[in-house]
Structures are given as structure tokens and as C-alpha cells.
Design a binder for this molecule. Structure first.
Ligand code: FMN
Length: 174
């Protein structure tokens, strides 16, 4: 019997939505923006895959799946930072209890940014971030800090469809 899979997402500028669409299509899953999902429908699914954009250390819309029971939860985050050199433990521990953490599988994907399209609040947040990095002595700046400064006020896109493969294989193996 095939498993019923839901892919739900919260995406402000479209990167997480794109990954969610790719994943749902590869797995033949139902696909919904999280704000349209009634919490009670979650119990109808065998597997729930939730994707949220990263915003200042938070995972957009994640409460849908942290505050409602999900049988089998798989999370993917989408951020600007390079997943190979990023430690996500603070973000994860802030949003997930140790008990929920034990039952959740995480994946981290890379999105992009187009400063021209940012909301006024997000523009201010990014300007503050730039200021914080610039106040660090150069010798203390991380690779991601340097990349942030190099790409500040421009447009970058690291979306890569192949990076969903590990999620697809994991779900197919359940
Ligand atoms: C105000 C702001 C804060 C952000 N904070 C983070 C962050 O903490 N970590 C990260 O990796 N990316 C961060 N980003 C980048 C976004 O996660 C990235 O643009 C992602 O592709 C957004 O996904 P979305 O288009 O689905 O909303 C931030 C972007 C903005 C505008």
C-alpha cells in the first residue's frame, strides 16, 4: 500500500516553494502552503515533509508541525548560507524539543536572495546584518560573512534541484 505524503511549506520569496514543488512532484505527494493547512488534516498523512525558509535563525511557519502531532516528520530548511559549512544546531534546538528532535529527520538546502525584491523590514534587517559583520575585525570574519558582504545588495541564486535527491531517497526508504 502506498504511503500518503504531504509536502507543506512557508516561503516568502519563492525558493522554498520551488523545492517543495520539486519534492512533491518526485514523490507524488500533496502540496500545500502551510498557511492553508488545517492542523487537523495532518493526521491523515503517513509522512509529512515540511519546508521553511530561514529568517534570522528562525524557520518560517514551523509551528504548524512543531505544535501539532505528525506521524513521520521530515524537515527541510532553505537558507542563503552554505549547508556544508553551517551549524544548524542552534536553529534546530530553538524550534524543536529534544523529544520531537528524536523523531524528526532534517535536511538543509540552499536558496537565494534578490535584494531588490526584499520587503522594507527585511532590507533593514539585512543592513543591520551588514553593519554587524563590518564591525568584526577582518581576521574574525567567517567565509559566510565574506560572502554576505560580497553579495550584499545584489542577486544570488543557489537553488539546485539535485539537492532534493537525498530527501527523495530517504523518504523512499521509509
Ligand atoms: C531578513 C532575512 C534574514 C535571513 N536570515 C537567514 C538566516 O538566518 N540564515 C540563512 O541561511 N539565510 C537567511 N536568509 C536568507 C533566506 O533564507 C533565503 O533568501 C531563502 O532563499 C529564503 O527562502 P524563501 O524564498 O522560500 O522565503 C535571510 C534573508 C532575509 C531577507
Amino acid at each position: 500500500m502506498s504511503k500518503k505524503i504531504l509536502v507543506a511549506y512557508t516561503s516568502k520569496y519563492g525558493s522554498t516553494r520551488k523545492y517543495a514543488e520539486w519534492i512533491a512532484s518526485a514523490l507524488n505527494a500533496d502540496l500545500f502552503a502551510a498557511q492553508t493547512v488545517e492542523p487537523k488534516v495532518l493526521s491523515q498523512y503517513d509522512i509529512i515533509i515540511y519546508g521553511g525558509g530561514l529568517y534570522a535563525g528562525g524557520i518560517a511557519g514551523v509551528k504548524l508541525v512543531t505544535q501539532n502531532p505528525c506521524k513521520n516528520l521530515i524537515m527541510f530548511t532553505v537558507g542563503l548560507a552554505n549547508p556544508h559549512s553551517t551549524d544548524y544546531s542552534a536553529i534546530i534546538n530553538k524550534n524543536f524539543t529534544p523529544e520531537l528532535l528524536e523523531r524528526t529527520k532534517f535536511f538543509h538546502l540552499r536558496g537565494g536572495i534578490d535584494y531588490k525584491k526584499l520587503s522594507p523590514v527585511h532590507k533593514v534587517m539585512m543592513a543591520m546584518m551588514k553593519g554587524m559583520i563590518q564591525r568584526k575585525p577582518e581576521s574574525e570574519r567567517e567565509v559566510d560573512d565574506k560572502e554576505f558582504l560580497n553579495t550584499y545588495n545584489s542577486k544570488v541564486n543557489f537553488e539546485d534541484k539535485r539537492t532534493i535527491d537525498s530527501i527523495i531517497s530517504y523518504v523512499e526508504g521509509l
